[in-house]
Ligand binder design. Sequence first.
Ligand SMILES: Nc1ncnc2c1ncn2[C@@H]1O[C@H](COP(=O)(O)OP(=O)(O)OP(=O)(O)O)[C@@H](O)[C@H]1O
Length: 552
Amino acid sequence: MTAPRPRALVRRWARGSGPRLVTLAAVVLVGSAATAAVPLLTGRAVDLLAGGGTVEGALPFLAGVAGAGGVAAALLGLRTWLAHRIAEDVLAAARRDVHSAVGARNPLISERHPPGSLLSVLTVDVDALRIACRDAVPEIVASTALFVWVVVMMLVLSPVLTAVVLAGLPFVLVAAVHFRRVSGPAYADQRRELAATVGRLTEDLHGARTAVALGRDDDRRTGLMARHDRYLGTEFRAMRARNRFFPLLVGVEGLVVVAVICIGGAMTITDAIGLGIVVTFALALGQVFGPLRQLSTWVDLLQAAAAALDRIAAVVREPATIATPADRPVRPLPATGDLELDDVRFGYTPDRPALDGVTLRIRAGERVALTGATGAGKSTVARLLVRWADPGSGSVRFGGVDLRDTDPAEIGRTILFVPQEGLRLPGTVGDILRLLAPEASGSAAEQALREVAGSRVHPDDDARTLADGHAQLVVLAAVLLADPAAVILDEATAALDPDVSARVDAALDRVLTGRAVLVIAHRPETVARCDRAVLLDRGRLRPVPAAGSAEQ
Ligand SMILES: Nc1ncnc2c1ncn2[C@@H]1O[C@H](COP(=O)(O)OP(=O)(O)OP(=O)(O)O)[C@@H](O)[C@H]1O
């Protein structure tokens, strides 16, 4: 399946808004016609009065002006409401796609995009898209419709005066094209700098303490200010372009008004046209030039949205690291079983295999230690065993079922992965336990926590601020509650204090018994507590060197 192009993505997000879009188009068309009717009816009333008519005689036209104004105002309200609804629906669909791209479909995406940039996609970029859909696009369409109505009306009333008005437009168009050429890249750079600044600020929040600890706080601030200055530079470029275009626009508009009044006035003297037509033209000129004055804002919003859409599409179009073919029947996982890697090859990039033909079977009830140097591929094995990615070749199975054939949610329930740092999710310890074992009652959760962690951790503690050892105890309590058939445990490398370490070891024995368990072991004592150990070396399994050997 090829990834959708950015515009196709917008069409997909707007698909559910079809009826509202049609209504919006009709509202825009009628609303702009009503707006264009106001100067026309005013001119007719002026003609009637200037020709010696009575106010009563002009009343139908004056009432028409009020009526057309009222209809235009009411439809503007309706247009705003519809545009907001459509924009919110598009935004929700875009967010859904981004969330699914950074979640179940692609659990490793955050390693390819820095977290700051993903955050900026989800906030700044999605918002830029929403504002364009809500404000810029409806305004541009409505102004274009109004322009067409006004020019048609002018042509019918006086082709000569229409030619005078249109004579000014080439200047405006040339200036607008130049403005767009200069301001387009400036706005694109500005948006890029804004997104990069948000990303940098987010990452800076995480790194601030380290910078202070290393005495590098000044460098950190200088780096942030340099980024800020780059952003300001793009803002000044865009401002210079605006400052050249808008005085020219106002000048051309003034000249056209003067020309229309002079030429129109001369034509009324010769009775070629009535005074009302000159009034209509003078009023309608504002409707032609007014929207052009908004051009800078719209160009800004549209450029921002186009750049944002490219960044959103880059995330949404990321190839999924896991995909279940629609034509394969979904198979349930058994309650217990062996966990197997069968001749698995896998690489994060095509040219560098992280696992190169790994075959490993962990029997139900067996505890296997996985050892190896940094970068040997231990975490990669763990990731494949919980299907955060699919192998390039070979298969990963539980109880004989290929993980690609089963529901990803079921894998999470059957095979639990405990990372080194525990589960740093927002919320309390109680929330984490509820998340991992939703069926367990509150009292069962408290009892499991007490059994595993004693009085060291409480259900109300903030899960993100727990020490590593305590965070592991929480996940082990969750294992007790959730009762998964298999557990992958990445042992904490941080030195735990002896008391916590002993508690974790005891909890491991208590909690892991009877399950298929793979422990990524960093301490010899942990290896000793396992049934057997395997060694991973640059993506291949090797025999574990005998105890006391030089290699060990
Ligand atoms: N997201 C990623 N993108 C690209 N390469 C990666 C990614 N994650 C790991 N690697 C590479 O894959 C190889 C195996 O890494 P892995 O993290 O599985 O090793 P490890 O044995 O768990 O190391 P450690 O003990 O340091 O965690 C390494 O060369 C590593 O640089």
